[in-house]
Write a protein that binds this ligand. Sequence first.
Ligand code: A2P
Length: 233
Amino acid sequence: MGDDWKSGGVLRIQQKCCTSAGKEGQDEVFGGQPGDAIYPKDENGKIIYHETDLCATWEAMEACKDAGLAKSIGVSNFNRRQLEMILNKPGLKYKPVSNQVECHPYFTQPKLLEYCRQHDIVIVGYSPLGTSRDETWVNVSSPPLLKDPVLNAIGKKYNKTAAQVALRFSIQRGVVVIPKSFNPQRIRENFQIFDFCLTEKEMKEIEALNKNVRYVELLMWRDHPEYPFSDEY
Ligand code: A2P
C-alpha cells in the first residue's frame, strides 16, 4: 500500500489482525505507524511520532468497512475538535459510531457526552471502575473510585458493590462500559447490573462526584500535535 503512511497503516494492521484472528477479524483495530515497534523510539528514548493525518486514517477505516473487514468503525480519545474534524470532513462516508474515552463517576464527561449524544455517537467508557491504579500509567493523585463513600452507601441499599453501582450509573446514562477483571467472580459481578435501577436523585448524587480529573492522562504523548486532552473536552 503506497499511501500506507498517510492512513497510519490502518489497512495493513487490519489485514494483519484478520489473518491472525480468523475470518471474524477483531473488535478493535488501532491505527499506528508502519513498522514492527508499537511505539518506536529514537536513540534518546523519545517516542517517534508519525504525522498521521486523522482524516486520511478515517478514510482508510471507511475502506475497511467497505471491504467487509469491519462491521462498524469508531474512534478513541477524540476530543470535540477532532470529532468535528471527522464529521465535517468533505466526502465523509461513515460517521464514527463510537468514541471510546475514559468515563466513570469521577470523570463523567458531561460536555463530550452531550456532544456525542447530539451526533448519535456512543460513548464507550474505559476505566469505568477507576483503573487498576498501576502507577506506571495511572494518575493516582485522583482517589480510588471504588472506595467512594457515596457509591458504597448506595450499593448497600441495593445489596450491590460500589463497582456495580459505578457500572450501573454509566449504563443508565447511556455510556457503554468495558470493565476489566482477571477474577472470574468479579467478572460475573460486573454483569449483575441489570436487576436494579438508580433513582434520579441517586444519579444526581453520583454525577456530583465528578472531579474532572483523569486517571489516564497519556502524558507521554502530550507533545504530540493531536494530543487530545489539552482542550476542555
Ligand atoms: P481484578 O482484575 O483483580 O478484578 P477498570 O475496568 O476501570 O480498568 O478497572 C480494572 C480494575 O478494577 C482491575 O484492577 C480489577 O482488578 C478491578 N476490578 C474489576 N472488577 C471489579 C469489581 N467488581 N470490584 C472491585 N474491583 C474490580
